[in-house]
Design a protein around this ligand. Structure first.
Ligand code: ZN
Length: 287
């Protein structure tokens, strides 16, 4: 090969996007949800595959009351598993495979109503940190929120998980130097969405990266509720976003918000690799 061609070839290799050789493999787990999971999964897979970083596959469970014994996603083939699932219990074999995957360093992204799932599965609740609904109460762990700038772990009795009216709200970055949040505006305006509140759970090894104020006038709690979190479990890294409600086709503002998209993609990369190489996009919402 002539030296000029060699230089050209090397340059072309160096200029190729990172995924051309080695995309980060991500599995989106879905198939049952109290949300429009076909739509949300399609949208999330689109974001991942268009991002130049990831290659996403989808594992679709049997429908509600179906034979869950046949649902055996190969978690260990992936660097990150995105949970868009809120439905029937997995088989013991699949539960064990998931825990083994996380214990060994697999990344997990908990997306919106995935934190409603499996209220009675102790290890799952340790992995998601906080959850809601499904009969969660004081036995599930404390409420976790910010009040007057301080992190509160509130052991009081009561139902876990609710939300007020659908509305646009401001997200406040609490941890500014985490790879997921580094470079994001300290306060940014999220498109109309549900704002989950009264989440409770084991909250072990949990870091609240960002909160949103849940105002009384939107039927909220008058507290700063966690909206972006990280958790560690075994060697696994978990990114938990409560954002991104997916409704009927005309009410997808939340999952289409550039703030949701960017934090979802950054959180997925971090869960998979421990790093974030993505720039904050120019269309990221401002205050
Ligand atoms: Zn929702």
């Amino acid at each position: 090969m002539k030296i000029k061609n060699l230089i050209l070839t090397l340059c072309m290799l160096a200029c190729l996007p990172a995924w051309a050789k080695d995309p980060i493999r991500v599995l989106v787990v879905t198939g049952q949800n109290n949300h429009y999971w076909r739509q949300s999964t399609n949208i999330l897979v689109g974001y991942l595959n268009q991002s130049d970083l990831f290659k996403a596959d989808v594992a679709i469970s049997p429908p509600e009351k179906g034979n869950m014994e046949i649902f055996k996603p190969k978690f260990s083939d992936y660097k990150a598993v995105v949970l868009d699932y809120n439905g029937d219990a997995w088989s013991d074999e699949t539960k064990a495979a998931f825990l083994e995957y996380v214990k060994n360093g697999g990344g997990v992204v908990v997306y919106h109503a995935a934190n409603n799932a499996f209220a009675d599965w102790r290890e799952f609740n340790e992995i998601i940190g906080l959850g809601g609904w499904g009969g969660r109460n004081e036995n599930s762990g404390p409420y976790v929120y910010y009040k007057d700038g301080k992190l509160v772990r509130d052991e009081s009795k009561g139902h876990g998980g609710s939300h007020g009216t659908f509305h646009s709200y401001k997200v406040k970055t609490i941890v500014k130097d985490h790879p997921i949040t580094k470079g994001l505006p300290e306060i940014w305006t999220h498109a109309p969405d549900e704002l989950y509140d009264r989440l409770r759970g084991p909250a072990l090894n949990l870091t609240v990266l960002a909160t949103a104020f849940s105002a009384k006038d939107t039927r909220g709690t008058d507290r700063d509720e966690p909206v972006l979190m990280t958790i560690s479990w075994g060697k696994g890294r978990i990114f938990h976003t409560v954002l991104g409600h997916a409704g009927a086709s005309l009410s997808n503002s939340a999952i289409e918000c550039p703030g949701f998209i960017a934090t979802f993609l950054r959180g997925t990369e971090w869960a998979a690799t421990g790093k974030v190489t993505q720039k904050v996009p120019a269309d990221f919402p401002k205050q």
